[in-house]
Design a protein around this ligand. Sequence first.
Ligand SMILES: [Mg+2]
Length: 177
Amino acid sequence: MGFWPTWKVSSIFAVTPAQLQARGKKYVLTDLDNTLIPWNQKDALDQVRTWASTLAKQGIQVIVVSNNNHHRVAEALADLPIQFVARALKPLPVGIKRALKEFRIDASEAVMVGDQFFTDVLAGSLAGVDTILVAPLVDTDGWNTRINRLLEKPLRHLIRVHDWTKPWSSENHEKFR
Ligand SMILES: [Mg+2]
């Protein structure tokens, strides 16, 4: 099950420093749209700020790895102390590998979090990084993501009902869909 998500979690905001530390993770690489910020609400940043600073206090760094261009990612993260890699070309592993190299991260210390199997999880697996598949923050998507979602539907069903992907913790996987 090399390409399967390592873990499944309802939301990235349910991921705590203690849970990350228990698995030796010091870096959270994350998708932007619908994982960290709802794709249609670019200003919903308070939750992100609070969550990232909780992690930072425990020495865990959050780095966004997005397929969007530099300008759009920089704009979305403008007021946040979060570094990023843009034009990541997920599902290719190049963007994640660039992040590992740029921030001098050992792949074993990182986890890649995302709401899409065919971009985020695949890219993480190909880069040799453990992955967490999360439920998308909002149900509706832009048109290009809708096509991906159709392809993902049967897969997400499998991920939901089978134990190949272990829940990250007992509390926060119930809402996974
Ligand atoms: Mg996404």
